[in-house]
Design a protein around this ligand. Structure first.
Ligand code: ARG
Length: 561
């Protein structure tokens, strides 16, 4: 049962939505105050009364029952006490019967969410800067599916622009088939870097000519370019596999080239298009923004033009309820302009477009790397993290079976969790040591907690003990754990509402910490009778919850660690 929702449904405050109440309900820092609390400060403005008066009034009206047995006002807070045994029983039973489905729901049934994420550029390094969009988008994709939505993962590949003319020019000058085939994306990138280092006017002209040839459908140029695309995709797909990332569409920028016409026509018909220095633009001055350039003076389209066309295509193809763009905050203006233009075109669905912006990721030793002009390839970060994980595991548990498999789950998990743990808009500095700290706020800490729970359950099974959600009145440590386990469904909903997978990541660390306190203070196997069965049920419910949560982030759980 989801207690926050349960409580919220019985709070009646006119002008405040149910959702706002659920979102506001928190767990007081001191359990003596209550099990849940509704801070009323936020509502003072809407209800035009001081928070304390609101809390008092709501307390008066609140219908207590067998689940919520007390509702008391204290200052600006409305504190709730719930029937602890009831909560323990309901929660443990729900988790043990729903298992992999615990936390799932069908709130999204019949609704479609498009998620544009990762969206790499052909022939360019897949570097540490792509980590966030990839794992954030991947997590949102899984979260939405878990909530019953139809999620459409879209990799809006960057495969259009004059830089691809440069690439062909460089290949023609210095490249050979074998080296590129063998070196893949690295070899292609080397060619590109060399071209930029050595470029002169003659070469620039060549590049423009090759780009023109690609556009005009020249067979040879397009063959080379398709081959580069293929090599890039082969490479990134390897990384996607490691990170458990999936896409339903790889519709790239060039896919929209022959679809732009009708969209530009609409702009013209609606009188939105004006000419400025030969370029076709939508003037956004009235909205405090620079113009949205649709066609350059030479008639070429832009990144923005293709995004505009893609938005219409997606609406038509998927009839989405929401379309998310998981793209760095450097593109804030681009998306503000894009959404504004669609709104000005009179499309009511402009309101369903969301830029899920995130901050930068850099490496602890990244400053050095950039000074040397090196890019940090994401693959290298993952590999190094897996190697380090293996070393740490070796030291901790030299007899661990399947060390390599475990190290992979731990290492990959650490990279994902490192990128997802903080509020997405923050810039983060990735540190291998911090990410692999067994005692930190890390995935390895959560995974280790799972292994711990797993081992106690195995031991009990080996002794022939059978449990199935038996419940006794919980002690404080048990209660602190179980009520947090009960929060999982609401946590997942909140992560989706806020486009914020870190809500799940932080939740998992909290549950793991509570489990470990319970594990140490309440000896599971030393207890007897129903107390022991309850504790085993609780341990299993915790394990299921942690596993489900990690799975949403794309992180696997080793049986043993
Ligand atoms: N390829 C772009 C980049 O690397 C990101 C594309 C994001 N998606 C979009 N529809 N604009 O900056």
């Amino acid at each position: 049962m989801d207690y926050k929702t349960y409580i919220a449904q019985r709070v009646t405050a006119e002008g405040v939505s149910q959702e706002e109440i659920v979102e506001a309900i928190a767990v007081p820092p001191d359990p003596a105050l209550g099990d849940y609390a509704l801070p009323c400060f936020k509502f003072a403005k809407i209800l035009r009364r001081p928070p304390a008066a609101i809390a008092a009034e709501l307390a008066e009206r609140y219908p207590t029952d067998g689940v919520v047995c007390e509702a008391n006002a204290a200052g600006g807070y409305l504190n709730f006490r719930i029937d602890r045994t009831g909560l323990a029983r309901e929660t443990v039973r729900a988790v043990l019967s729903e298992r992999e489905e615990y936390g799932a729901s069908d709130v999204g049934k019949g609704k479609t969410v498009c998620i544009d994420y990762s969206s790499v550029n052909i022939a360019k390094p897949f570097h540490i800067g792509h980590l966030s969009t990839t794992v954030l988008g991947g997590a949102l994709y899984r979260i939405y599916r878990f909530l019953g939505y139809t999620a459409v993962g879209i990799n809006h590949l960057g495969d259009y622009g004059t830089q691809f003319g440069k690439l062909i020019a460089a290949y023609k000058r210095w490249g050979d088939r074998e080296t590129v085939q063998r070196g893949g994306i690295h070899a292609i990138n080397d060619l590109y870097v060399r071209f930029n280092n050595e470029a002169n006017e003659e070469m620039e002209r060549e590049a423009r000519e090759y780009f023109r040839l690609i556009e005009s459908g020249d067979k040879e140029c397009n063959e080379i370019f398709s081959w580069f695309k293929e090599l890039t995709l082969d490479y990134v797909k390897g990384i996607y596999e490691m990170l458990d990332i999936r896409f339903d569409s790889y519709a790239s920028e060039s896919f929209y080239i022959d679809k732009m016409g009708p969209i530009i026509d609409i702009l013209r018909e609606k009188g939105l298009l004006t000419e400025s220095q030969g370029a076709q633009i939508v003037d956004l001055e009235a909205y405090g923004m620079p113009p949205f350039i649709v066609l350059r003076s030479d008639g070429a389209s832009l990144y923005a033009t293709r995004d505009l066309t893609a938005a219409f295509y997606r609406k038509q193809t998927y009839d989405f309820d929401k379309c998310l763009y998981v793209v760095a905050y450097q593109q804030n203006l681009h998306f503000k302009q894009l959404f504004k233009v669609i709104e000005l075109m009179g499309e009511e669905w402009a309101k369903d477009l969301v830029h899920v912006a995130y901050g930068m990721v850099s490496l602890e030793d990244g400053a050095m790397a950039t000074r040397k002009g090196r890019v940090v390839w994401l693959e290298d970060v993952i590999r190094r993290c897996v190697e380090k994980a293996q070393a740490v595991l070796m030291e901790k548990n030299p007899n661990l079976p399947d060390k390599e498999e475990v190290a992979k789950k731990v290492g990959v998990g650490a990279v994902i969790f490192g990128a997802l743990y903080n509020n997405k808009i923050k810039d983060i500095v990735f540190s291998y040591d911090k990410a692999l700290n067994f005692d930190g706020e890390t995935s390895v800490y959560v995974q280790y907690t799972c292994a711990r729970a797993n081992s106690v359950l195995e031991k009990a099974r080996a002794e022939g003990i059978v449990w199935s959600g038996e419940t006794v009145p919980p002690c404080p440590q048990e209660f602190e754990l179980i009520k947090r386990v009960a929060d999982f469904p609401e946590t997942v909903l909140s992560a989706a509402r806020n486009y914020e997978p870190s809500i799940v990541a932080r939740y998992l660390v909290d549950v793991a910490q509570r489990f470990n306190k319970f594990y140490i203070d309440c000896k599971i196997m030393a207890a007897e009778g129903d107390v022991r069965l309850f504790r085993l049920s609780l341990a299993e419910a915790t394990l299921i919850t942690l596993k489900n949560g990690l799975a949403l982030l794309g992180i696997g759980v080793p049986e043993k660690m």
